[in-house]
Design a protein. Structure first.
Ligand SMILES: C[S@@+](CC[C@H](N)C(=O)[O-])C[C@H]1O[C@@H](n2cnc3c(N)ncnc32)[C@H](O)[C@@H]1O
Length: 249
């Protein structure tokens, strides 16, 4: 996957791109990242990227000219004719989810546009394919949001994670939260791991994991159960815990 980023703070990306899964993906050749400094697309001596808002108000607004020039440059089709999918990070955007991460992971090329100040001139939105928000809070800039999206997407690229099966079991991938996990030692400060996980009975472990995922989801995010794919055994187990929702589906 080829990823472009338009930002006024290229230096924010060095550490994350050189660490963990993003580093491994780059070393494997599964990920290539090009950081574009927005100020390289200004035309004035002072490299100005912002201006006062029309109508008054607090703060500054990012000017459309350098942003659109940068998007047109970074978002141009490559030699094989592939144009990056253009994403503006925005608190007003659609909520980024695991399903959005999976959809983006299927694309060959992405372009992240990182806002700053009070945000971008509205006219810039005509040059992007979608606006994404990573949650109901306001960040100082789109860079950390772009890195959040990038991390969630890249770990889904084929071969990037050591254990290729692990993303499929993660929270949200199944429509549920993941249940508890344990590693050695079998007893820690008087707390033993459940016998079933050490039993070697794979079917029993799988059923226990499913039930613990259901129990955790019911306790922490019952809203997810409304859309999760549940079989009869799942529904019976949830009912035994007092769940009364979506019985008829
Ligand atoms: C200080 S924020 C602007 C907030 C804007 N005035 C508003 O009320 O929606 C500056 C930039 O941070 C980024 N940003 C802030 N919160 C975000 C979020 N929840 N998700 C994605 N990007 C966000 C956007 O790129 C935004 O242009």
């Amino acid at each position: 996957m080829k990823v472009h980023v338009v930002t006024i703070f290229p230096e924010l990306f060095g550490g994350p791109l050189a660490t963990g899964v993003l580093r491994i993906a780059r070393e494997q050749g599964a990920l290539e990242v090009a950081i574009h400094n927005l100020r390289d697309h200004t035309t004035d001596r002072h490299l100005v990227v912002d201006d006062v808002p029309y109508g008054g108000g607090q703060g500054m607004v990012m000017k459309p000219e350098p942003l659109v020039a940068a998007i047109e440059h970074a978002g141009a089709p490559d030699a094989s004719g592939v144009r990056p999918h253009r994403i503006l990070l925005s608190a007003r955007g659609a909520r980024f989810t695991q399903a959005s991460a999976a959809a983006l992971a299927a694309l060959p090329s992405l372009l992240f546009v990182c806002g700053r100040y009070e945000g971008v001139d509205e006219r810039v939105t005509a040059w992007v394919d979608e606006e994404l928000s990573i949650g109901d809070y306001v960040l100082s800039g789109g860079e950390l949001a772009a890195l959040v999206v990038l991390d969630a997407v890249v770990r889904l690229l084929p071969g990037v994670l050591g254990n290729a099966a692990s993303p499929a079991d993660d929270s949200f991938a199944t429509g549920l939260l993941e249940g508890p996990q344990y590693t050695r030692p079998p007893e820690f400060r008087g707390v033993r791991v459940p016998d079933v996980v050490r039993s070697g009975d794979h079917a029993a472990v799988a059923r226990w994991r499913r039930e613990e995922a259901l129990r955790t989801t019911l306790a922490r995010r019952p809203d997810l159960l409304e859309h999760a794919r549940l079989d009869d055994a799942d529904r019976r187990f949830l009912a035994s815990l007092g769940w009364t929702g979506a019985r008829t589906r």
